[in-house]
Design a protein around this ligand. Structure first.
Ligand code: FAD
Ligand code: EPU
Length: 339
């Protein structure tokens, strides 16, 4: 196992700040996890699993060992005339996996095109976009149990998926390393084009017949028009989750702010776009030195070059405070803050 010391993470996370880790190792097979977790030598070291680094904020140099997930492989494990269960190594790139699926005409993840990061991290927060979440196609996953060194299988119901939520973000946090994800993709897909402007984008593209490929292309076009490319401007996508509030409180807000958007969920709750709340507080396009708020999407905090993690963290707290002051709504980070 190769361990690199005092390793720069600048190209390993999408905020792209210059931060260093005491040690870095690449995990290409489960055996390497045994070496790290079961040997006395590394027992006391703080450890962090890193995929594509597109949902993390490093607030300082990392004192410990980064385990970069690079387990590869795409394999069809089961197939009938309706669907295919495909197994993806945790280190496979998510977007490349979407392209792999759509190029074979397999449906289910086309709306999730262009989400950065790895397959292994996708179930962590149940990634979602344009009306689809990974839970909609999730079959099962394999994970290395840190305490015992065993590989454990989790099925759909075990993961308790919710909006930007799974057990791996809560009760099972830091207990498992996801090594493989199995998705059930459809040979006879039912398309979901009702969300946002997918339909109008398909029309503009002159599309006559729907396919996973054209839908993924429409989603890519929409995303490219509003989200910053991390290779150009450092960011981690939405910095906050959209808050879910009680219907009564939402109705009171709507009485005071008649334009406030909200999506009724089943039962007693309404989901409110945090981007709107932040935008209304005047943050969109804000810049202080090299950090700021994206000028096309107020939910995205950005590093224009030499910004620091601590500065982004402080800005995020100021934004939280101003949203709370104006609307009485708490917004929680979606990004994993690493200290
Ligand atoms: P990382 O950032 O490397 O890790 C995220 C967390 O998961 C960390 O806590 C890490 O320790 C843990 N982790 C990573 N891999 C494993 C593993 N194998 N086992 C156990 N723990 C692990 N997200 C959405 O849901 N929808 C979007 O539309 C979306 N758009 C985005 C757009 C941009 C421009 C960017 C930069 C990000 C966006 N994101 C979006 C967020 C991000 O892409 C996803 O959360 C993605 O799944 C993170 O993958 P990653 O490999 O980069 O994870
Ligand atoms: N809006 C504003 N100002 C802005 C941007 C948006 O007022 O600057 C308002 C508009 O009313 C708009 C609404 O917010 O209709 C929603 O905006 P958008 O459609 O861009 O979606 P979002 O809620 O901000 C969520 C996800 C994204 C995902 C998109 C598309 C969260 C936290 N974010 O963003 O996921 O790509 O929907 O489905 O749920 C991510 O998680 O990193 C991410 C980018």
């Amino acid at each position: 196992m190769l361990i690199e010391d005092n390793f720069s993470l600048k190209n390993y996370h999408t905020f792209r700040m210059e931060v260093r880790t005491q040690m870095m190792t690449r995990i290409t097979e489960i055996e390497a996890l045994n070496e790290v977790y079961q040997s006395a030598r590394y027992q006391s070291l703080k450890k962090l699993i890193l995929g594509g680094g597109s949902n993390v904020l490093f607030t300082r140099n990392f004192l410990g060992m980064i385990l970069r997930m690079e387990i590869s492989g795409i394999e069809v494990v089961k197939e009938d005339d309706q669907s295919m269960i495909v197994s993806f190594g945790a280190g496979e790139n998510w977007h490349q996996s979407v392209l792999w699926a759509v190029n074979q005409g397999l449906g289910g993840i086309e709306n999730l095109a262009l989400i950065p990061g790895t397959i292994g991290a996708a179930p962590m927060q149940n990634i979602g976009a344009y009306g689809v979440e990974i839970k909609d196609v999730f079959h099962s996953l394999e994970a290395y149990e840190i305490e015992t060194g065993e590989v454990v299988k989790f099925y759909h119901e075990d993961c308790k998926f919710g909006y930007r939520y799974s057990v791996f973000k809560s009760s099972h946090k830091n207990k498992y390393v996801i090594t493989k994800v199995n998705l059930k993709l459809s040979k006879k897909p039912e398309y979901n084009i009702t969300y946002g402007n997918i339909k109008s984008t398909l029309e503009q593209m002159g599309v006559e017949e729907l396919s996973p490929q054209v839908i993924s292309q429409a989603v890519m076009n929409i995303r490219q028009s509003k989200l910053p490319d991390p290779m150009v401007i450092g960011n981690a996508g939405s910095f906050f989750k959209n808050p879910i509030i009680e219907n009564e409180y939402f109705d009171a807000l709507r009485a005071a702010f008649e334009d406030i958007p909200g999506y009724r969920l089943d039962g007693k709750f309404t989901k409110v776009p945090a981007a709107w709340l932040i935008d209304q507080c005047g943050w969109k396009g804000y810049r202080d030195g090299d950090i700021g708020v994206h000028d096309k999407q107020a939910l995205v905090l950005v590093n224009h070059g030499k910004g620091q993690g601590q500065e982004i963290l402080m800005l995020s707290q100021r934004i939280q405070e101003s949203v709370y002051k104006k609307f009485g709504v708490e917004i929680d980070p979606e990004v994993n803050i690493i200290s």
